[in-house]
Structure formats: structure tokens, C-alpha cells
Write a protein that binds this ligand. Structure first.
Ligand code: SF4
Length: 347
């Protein structure tokens, strides 16, 4: 999908490329912005895989260590698995390190140690998703690939003031980004957008006053740049109501095992009523209690489960019930948190 927007795309391209020429971050895997110069695909691929895990400052020492030890894709492909895994430690998921090795070995085995140049061929390598394939195609081979990650989505949502919330807006944001990709300096363009998102159009407090795209930016013109991208408002959870009973005898409290199926199934907890859509009256609460005694309304607790929010009234009393399991009140730490909250109110 290509979109026609109200912004001047030529102006955006010219301004951002000029800004990048002057202000590009100096990164160890980067070729300086000088037109159609190509980068080393091995270093660019390695940096992109590492940057999926972490930030530039955290990834940089790892990148330097990897490239000093394994300067080419052939060196990495020939490395023992354990050595690569050990060098990766601290960078997050080991699955990525395994994919890294699988990809390096596929490049050596299937491509004679030379990375393929097109996005489609790069996608066939193990572990290369759409983002990494587009990034390597653009930055290493100067191909007009549409490189879109969360940062680029944020910039597009502001630049075009996209009101549709994420994630539904993704195809629109992708199309806006595609509309700005051109034949001139595609590698620099991809990196310019990355730099803008990282240093100027940041998630919080975007620096619109120093942004090269301030003039054409519709988000800035709206006066609400930081509020983009829009997010879908969370659906309100339904509310349920119940009563929990804190029945004590001396230093002991009466507990019951919950039914094996259902929420908190099979777990030990306070005796409760069912959890239903309408609140319980006092009469209902006393009638459903596990023992006949004087019940005191001790208050209520709120707890949020994945699919509903619970308001649990807490009744406390002194007495005994054969049906309950008796535990020391000092030893309640293993109860589910909703019952811990209620016990604290009722004891
Ligand atoms: Fe982002 Fe502000 Fe620049 Fe627009 S003007 S792209 S909102 S930093």
C-alpha cells in the first residue's frame, strides 16, 4: 500500500538526508554518510541482531568484542558453539546467538561466505526476519528497502499525525514509511530515520524545536506530538463481587481448598462466596458464611485478574468449622495474593 499524504515528501527527504550528513551518530558498524557507499554486510548484520536485544551503548562492547575475535563471517561460522554462546552472555536470549551461528554457517555453506544482496534472499537465511533483512539490504547494499521498527513507526505516526491506534495502524505507518523511501541514498535514509527516532523524535519529550522535520511535521503542528502514536484504549475489565471470610480460633485461621477446576483451582485460600456480577448484601454474606458466629464487616479489597476485576468484601469472626483446614495465622505467606490481601484486612 502506498499512501498520498498532505506532507511534502521531497522536503522531508531532503531535510532529513541533509541533517544526517551533518549529524549522523558515529557508530562502530557504520559507514559515514557519503552517498552510495556500501557497508560491510557482516558488521551491519551483526549489529542489527545485537541491537534487537538492547541499546547502542550496551551492544557496542559486544560488537567490538565479536568483530575483534571473529572479523569475518567465515571466522564466526568456524567458531565453536560454546565460545560464541559464552561471548554472547549478557546480551539476552541465547536463541538469537544460535540463529546468529546458523546464519553465519548458511552464508558460508550456501553463498560462499558472501551475504546475498536482496531482501528476498536475505529473508531465506536462518533467523533473519523482515526488519533485519530490510536493514541489511538498505544499509549494506544501498537497496531501497523499507526498514520499519518501533522507532520508525513512532516517527511516522507523528510526522503524519496518524490517529488510528496501534497495532491497527501498523500497515498505515508502514505505507507512510514506504512512501518516503527513494532511490537516492537508501542506506543513509534508513539510518537517518533510526538516528532521528533515537536522538530527536524520542518516545518522551520529542525535541521538535531542533528537528529537521519540524516544518512539515503534522504531529508537531497539532501541538500534541508526544501523544503519537495513539494506543488502543484498554477494554474495561468486567467487575465481579464476592465475600471472603476470615474465621479464627486462637492463633489459627480457617482455610479451604478451592475446587480443582477454575480460577486458582486446587489452591488453598480463604473461604469465599462465589464471585458474581452483583454485590452481596449483608444478609447474603452472613447466610453464605462457613460458620455460625458474629461476623464483622472488616472492609473490602480490590484485585485484578486477567479477565475481570474483583471487589472482595471481608467478613471476620471467631469460631470453628469442621469443613475447614486450620493453619497458623503467622504462616499464610503461600496463599494466592488476593487471599493474602483479604487476610491482612480481616485479621
Ligand atoms: Fe518528531 Fe517533533 Fe520532529 Fe515531528 S517535529 S518528527 S514530532 S521530533
Amino acid at each position: 500500500m502506498r499512501l498520498t499524504g498532505e506532507v511534502n515528501r521531497d522536503l522531508i527527504r531532503a531535510r532529513l538526508l541533509a541533517w544526517y550528513t551533518d549529524q549522523a551518530r558515529d557508530l562502530p558498524w557504520r559507514v559515514p554518510p557519503m552517498g552510495n557507499r556500501r557497508g560491510d554486510p557482516y558488521r551491519i548484520w551483526l549489529s542489527e541482531v545485537m541491537l534487537q536485544q538492547t541499546t547502542v551503548p550496551h551492544a557496542t562492547p559486544y560488537f567490538l568484542k565479536f568483530t575483534a575475535r571473529w572479523p569475518t563471517v567465515r571466522d564466526l561460522a568456524a567458531a565453536p558453539d560454546e565460545e560464541v554462546m559464552a561471548a554472547w552472555a549478557g546480551l539476552g536470549y541465547y536463541a538469537r546467538a544460535r540463529n546468529l551461528l546458523a546464519c553465519a554457517r548458511a552464508v558460508v555453506r550456501d553463498h560462499d561466505g558472501v551475504f546475498p544482496e536482496t531482501e528476498a534472499d536475505l529473508r531465506r537465511l536462518p533467523g533473519l526476519g523482515p526488519y533485519t533483512a530490510a536493514a541489511v539490504a538498505a544499509i549494506a547494499f544501498d537497496q531501497p528497502a523499507n526498514v520499519v521498527d518501533g522507532n520508525v513507526e513512532r516517527v511516522m505516526s507523528r510526522l503524519f499525525a496518524v490517529e488510528m491506534p496501534l497495532p491497527d495502524a501498523k500497515p498505515t505507518l508502514n505505507a507512510h514509511a514506504l512512501g518516503l523511501v527513494g532511490p537516492e541514498r537508501p542506506g543513509d535514509w534508513a539510518q537517518a530515520l533510526m538516528d532521528l527516532g533515537a536522538t530527536v523524535c524520542r518516545p518522551r519529550a520529542p525535541q521538535c524545536e531542533s528537528c529537521p522535520l519540524a516544518e512539515p511535521c503534522l504531529g508537531r503542528a497539532s501541538g500534541q506530538a508526544e501523544t503519537f502514536p495513539r494506543k488502543r484504549t484498554k477494554l474495561a475489565r468486567p467487575r465481579r463481587y464476592g465475600v471472603a471470610y476470615v474465621l479464627t480460633r486462637g492463633q489459627q485461621i480457617g482455610l479451604e481448598t478451592r475446587p480443582p477446576s477454575g480460577l486458582l483451582g486446587g489452591m488453598l485460600g480463604l473461604p469465599t462466596t462465589e464471585w458474581r456480577a452483583t454485590p452481596f448484601t449483608d444478609t447474603e454474606a452472613v447466610a453464605a458464611a462457613p460458620a455460625v458466629t458474629v461476623w464483622r464487616d472488616a472492609g473490602a479489597v480490590e484485585h485484578v485478574f486477567t479477565h475481570f476485576a474483583l471487589t472482595l468484601r471481608v467478613f471476620s469472626g471467631i469460631g470453628h468449622a469442621e469443613t475447614l483446614t486450620w493453619a497458623e495465622t503467622a504462616a499464610l505467606a503461600g496463599l494466592p495474593s488476593v487471599f493474602m490481601k483479604a487476610a491482612r484486612v480481616g485479621l
